[in-house]
Design a protein around this ligand. Structure first.
Ligand SMILES: [Zn+2]
Length: 186
């Protein structure tokens, strides 16, 4: 799992991660900003991620479902799929399998074909349970490798455990030259 950036609560990135998928009025500026962030990251650091995961460049794309029952494709899939141009492997929430802990039965995945390498996207990482559950479902459906790329790793400065990290991050701007694989700067 590689986060593109930390998303500290109260910052513009954290706000964009909510606004881009607002059910009633998705924010076009937030969508454009997140798409640019994702595409630039994959262009500059995709190879870092594949190398770290010990896999070839991904041949399929999947997005962690939100589980809120919204109709239509996931907003992140709708945003990124036309540009990534990878065949999509569908993931769906299994009714009655919600929860906060990783659970391989939480999602069902379409068959990926044997030995597939999958790029699994999510907008936010909080506990990691959703992405881990989706990874398990993809592996059960035939994937050999799954690389998880998350736009923002949630950090809440009001949370006692996150406060020291939030304080270290506060004065720093996002650095597009670095990534969590080849430059661990915090
Ligand atoms: Zn990198």
């Amino acid at each position: 799992m590689v986060p593109v950036s930390y998303a500290v609560k109260g910052t513009p990135l954290a706000a964009s991660l909510w606004r881009y998928k607002s059910w009633r009025s998705p924010d076009p500026a937030a969508r454009a900003c997140l798409l640019a962030l994702l595409l630039a990251f994959l262009h500059d650091h995709g190879r870092c991620v594949w190398r770290h995961a010990g896999m070839p460049a991904p041949g399929r794309l999947a997005v962690v479902p939100t589980g809120c029952g919204r109709p239509g494709p996931h907003p992140l899939l709708a945003l990124a799929a036309p540009y990534l141009r990878l065949p999509v492997t569908g993931l769906a929430v299994r009714p009655g399998e919600q929860g906060r802990d990783p659970n391989p039965d939480r999602f069902s995945a379409e068959r990926t074909g044997p030995g597939a390498s999958v790029l699994l996207l999510d907008d936010s990482w909080v506990s990691g349970a959703s992405a881990q559950s989706a990874t398990a479902a993809l592996k059960r459906a035939g994937a050999r490798h799954v690389a998880v790329v998350v736009l923002g790793r949630h950090v809440d400065p009001a949370d006692r455990r996150s406060a020291p990290l939030a304080a270290r991050l506060a004065p720093r701007a996002y650095d597009p030259d670095g990534c969590a694989v080849h430059l661990v700067s915090v």
